[in-house]
Design a protein around this ligand. Structure first.
Ligand code: PLP
Ligand code: LYS
Length: 425
């Protein structure tokens, strides 16, 4: 173990590189557990019945979902593939919630047939599909109604979801949500558990959540008076921000829950409504800061008086976020963590795209080819959004915990890339 090497979960990152190669995603499992427990513990302290559903879109793999299961979380899936992964992981199906703005009949059938806990209904087309399916399968289904509360959270436009002009959910202002509820209440095979709203992702302030809660409670009191309908569940979605760089100032995770539960209690009291069960769906805030990506540094190019490009053996294929959202990341040279920072470089990926840049203007020690770069907080929407662009095989994923490392997703081989190709001679 060298003191000049980055250690992750008590393990020397360079030893991990020697063992598994690069690019490599490494997750500190203890950190995942701490994040999950911060949410769960704070809910327990609030006295409000709750579910913390891990949004598996942030990082879905069998091992990850097994950790979520061990932490007694529920699960949010948005596709048949995510549901399949959950079932492979042995995740309790009654604790799985299914999302999606365009769920196919096949997806809905699979969800109902496996006994999913609840389907978050997004639109009228889906209600029709579900209606036919529950008749055909002679069964019942529990649903939440996803509404768009008309809140503009302060985050990147592409990760906003709660505004009126959105592809997700039933709009509150045009009475779509009322129409959907009325329709569902007339369908005896449907049990409407309550409502769902998700205002966006990577949100630091609690104001947006509080505004959403107020809007949702206005809806609940209206529904109570108008349709004698009492919601059992209010799902407030995910979106809790994490620290990527020094300029990010997220709240401690428990603080989000304290604010949400206090606001719920106050609204329920003000409107004389009983306190519903509160569900949340954090993804990024459970796995984001638990993941680090390790790369090998290859070519170096100096554009005189402009910048120095340092290229790594991954890039937009394992982390599309800088290209997609101008996301910023912090990184260190993993084999020189105590060396003085004397250079300023920009980290380029390996793809044939000028936009494949991971970090601009990073302060580093003197860099040489063969050094290793560790990019922090890549645990969410990194591997999950990985692609095969330029036919790069997907990276491997390793979990570290209690001083031990374990491969949990194998590195793809070149033969995996042509596995589905058929010849045309
Ligand atoms: C409906 C829903 N729930 C939960 C999440 C998870 O969000 P985050 O990873 O920001 O917590 C998302 C993604 O933004 C989402 O669309
Ligand atoms: N994928 C996005 C967040 C949106 C995900 C879910 N609605 C990100 O990397 O930040």
């Amino acid at each position: 173990m060298s003191s000049n090497h980055l250690h992750i979960g008590g393990i020397d990152s360079i030893e991990l590189i020697e063992k598994y190669g690069t690019p490599l995603f490494v997750y500190d499992v203890q950190k995942i557990r701490e994040n999950a427990r911060a949410f769960v513990r704070t809910f327990e302290e609030s006295g409000i019945p709750f579910q913390v559903a891990y949004a598996s879109k942030a990082f879905s793999s069998v091992a990850m979902l097994q950790v979520a299961k061990q932490e007694k979380l529920s699960l949010d899936v948005v596709s048949q593939g995510e549901l399949h992964t959950a079932l492979e992981a042995g995740f309790p199906v009654e604790k799985i919630h299914m999302h999606g703005n365009n769920k196919s009949e096949d997806e809905l059938r699979m969800a109902i047939e496996c006994g999913i806990g609840c389907i978050v209904v997004d639109n009228f087309h889906e209600i029709s599909l579900l209606e036919a399916l529950v008749e055909e399968l002679d069964t019942t289904v529990q649903v939440l109604l996803r509404v768009t509360p008309g809140i503009e959270a302060h985050t990147h436009d592409y990760i906003l979801t709660g505004q009126e002009d959105s592809k997700f959910g039933f709009d509150l202002n045009s009475n779509q949500a009322d129409k959907a509820l009325k329709r569902l209440l007339n369908l005896p095979r449907f049990r409407v558990l309550g409502i769902h709203s998700h205002i966006g992702s990577q949100i630091f302030e609690t104001t947006g959540f509080e505004m959403a809660i107020k809007k949702l409670f206005q809806l609940l009191i209206h529904w109570k008076h108008q349709y004698q309908y009492d919601a059992e569940v209010v799902n407030l979605g995910g979106g809790f921000g994490i620290k990527y760089t020094e300029s990010d100032q997220p709240l401690p995770l428990n603080q989000y829950v304290v604010t949400l539960t206090e606001c719920v209690k106050a609204e329920a009291q003000r409107l004389s409504l009983s306190i519903p069960e509160i569900w949340i769906e954090p993804g990024r805030s459970i796995v984001g800061d638990a993941g680090i990506t390790l790369y090998t540094i290859g070519s170096l190019k100096e554009v005189e008086n402009v910048r120095k490009y340092v290229s790594v053996d991954g890039g937009m294929t394992d982390n599309i976020r800088p290209a997609l959202y101008q996301a910023k990341y912090q990184a260190v040279v993993a084999n020189k963590i105590n060396d003085p920072l004397i250079e300023e470089v920009s980290i380029a990926g390996k793809c044939c795209e000028s936009g494949d840049m991971l970090i601009w203007d990073l302060k580093t020690p003197a860099i040489e080819s063969g050094d290793f770069l560790a990019v922090f907080s890549t645990g969410a929407y990194g591997y999950a959004m990985a692609s095969h662009y330029n036919r790069f095989p997907k990276a491997a994923v390793v979990f570290v915990e209690n001083g031990k490392d374990q491969l949990v997703v194998k590195r793809e081989k070149y033969t995996d890339l042509t596995r589905f190709d058929l010849s045309y001679e």
